[in-house]
Structure formats: structure tokens, C-alpha cells
Write a protein that binds this ligand. Structure first.
Ligand SMILES: [Mg+2]
Length: 247
């Protein structure tokens, strides 16, 4: 990916986490955050005047734990949570019905290797350790959701994960919210993401004159593609150094 055409004084960087900045791991808890990446993000945060945000399906607490001690702006929970670095977190979405969550938890409990993750506004079933059960798991989740107000729910496919969330918010609505706020406002957003759920953020880029890049797969609306998270990390590192030289 070329480095010219980017200006860290005028651009805002919006970065998905898993599969974009971090290599996918067997479980969400076992991902590794390279120390070099934290240094790169710190440098980019300074060079952009704070216009750097992580845009993730993970809960905000999870992001903070992973990237500790980095103080960073975050669109978390697929757009359910928003925090500008140094400010208080804002909840943009309500919780899923408790009865639905109990039902989804039971689906995980009944199956070996399926790990449940209650995010409040969403519920994820990770099946990386039970890939052979994917089809049957999908059916069970579909049945559970159909019993509730199906129109208000969304079932998201991910990499060995099925996630159920309210349909009123996504990474696109979350990105719209953060782009209203300084220091993001009036900047050109550059979004990088790898997954189906990132498509919503890619789709809102034109509203802000922004650019999107995908990782490891072609994505509709993306201006280019990185091969892997390692390529993204390398590019961001080079971008941080280039900006340092230019300024
Ligand atoms: Mg991802």
C-alpha cells in the first residue's frame, strides 16, 4: 500500500481490531497485541492530533484491557459504545432481551467448544474450537432469534463467530457518531477492516469523503486491500515514521 496521498494533519484513522490490527487467535481472549503496534498507535495518535480510533465489535472494556496503557478513542460493540480519548464513554445502544441471552447461553452450554460471550447489547457464540458444528449452530441461533422480534435483531457472521445484536446500530452508525466529534470532525476518515461487519463502516466513508481499505478479502467500496494484519501493522508503522519526517 503506498504512503503518499495521506496527510495525518487532515486525515482521521479508523481501525478495526481483530483480523485488521491483530492476528486472529483461537479464542478472542488469546489474541496478542504486539508492543510495536502499541508504539505505532501512540505515534499515530500524536501525529493525527488524536484523530485515531479503534472500531471494533469487542466491548469497550475489552479494548482497554487489550491496548492498556494506551488512551485511545473507540467505537466499540459494533457501534453500541463510543468514547473519545480522555472523555466519558457514551452508550449508543440498549441491552438485548435477557430471555434471548439466556437462550443463546444455553445453546453454547449444550455444545462442546462453543464459547459464549455476553456483551450486553450483543451476544456472541465463538465456535473456532468446534468448526464442524457451524451449520447446526447457525440453525439453533436462527431459531432462538425467530422466537423474539426477529426484525429488531441481526445475526452477524464473523470468522468462526455468530453474533446477535440489535439491528438499529452497526459500525457504520458508530462511525457516523464519532465523525461528528472533535478531533475527528472535518477530517477525512481512513477506515481499515477485514470482516462482513466492517462493510457498514466502509459504506459510510463517501459521506465524509473518506477512504476504506480491506484486509485479506475484497470488499465492495474499498479503495484497496491489505494482505494480512501484519501488512496493516507494517503500513501503519511506515505511515507514522513518514509523518514524523514530514512534520
Ligand atoms: Mg475484524
Amino acid at each position: 500500500m503506498p504512503l503518499d496521498g495521506f496527510d495525518l494533519r487532515a486525515d482521521a484513522l479508523l481501525l478495526d481490531v481483530d483480523g485488521t490490527l491483530l492476528d486472529i487467535a483461537p479464542t478472542p481472549q488469546s489474541v496478542e497485541v504486539p508492543a510495536e503496534l502499541v508504539r505505532t498507535l501512540l505515534a499515530l495518535g500524536e501525529r493525527t492530533g488524536g484523530a485515531l480510533a479503534l472500531v471494533s465489535g469487542r466491548p469497550l472494556d475489552d479494548i482497554d484491557r487489550l491496548f492498556h496503557p494506551l488512551e485511545i478513542s473507540v467505537v466499540a460493540g459494533h457501534g453500541a459504545e463510543l468514547r473519545i480519548a480522555g472523555a466519558r464513554a457514551v452508550q449508543l445502544a440498549g441491552s438485548l432481551p435477557a430471555a434471548l441471552k439466556r437462550r443463546l447461553q444455553a445453546i453454547a452450554d449444550e455444545r462442546n467448544g462453543v464459547i459464549a460471550e455476553d456483551k450486553g447489547y450483543a451476544f456472541a457464540l465463538h465456535y473456532r474450537l468446534a468448526l464442524d458444528r457451524a451449520e447446526e449452530l447457525w440453525e439453533a441461533v436462527g431459531r432462538a432469534c425467530a422466537a423474539f422480534q426477529a426484525g429488531s435483531l441481526e445475526i452477524l457472521p464473523g470468522k468462526a463467530v455468530i453474533e446477535v445484536k440489535g439491528s438499529a446500530f452497526d459500525k457504520g452508525t458508530g462511525v457516523r457518531e464519532i465523525m461528528k466529534l472533535p478531533p475527528f470532525r472535518d477530517r477525512r476518515p481512513i477506515f481499515i477492516g477485514d470482516d462482513v461487519t466492517d462493510q457498514a463502516a466502509v459504506a459510510v466513508m463517501p459521506e465524509f469523503g473518506g477512504l476504506a481499505f480491506s484486509v485479506g478479502r475484497e470488499m465492495q467500496g474499498a479503495a484497496g486491500m491489505f494482505g494480512s494484519p501484519d501488512d496493516v501493522r507494517g503500513w501503519l508503522g511506515a505511515l507514522a515514521r513518514t509523518a514524523a519526517i514530514a512534520s
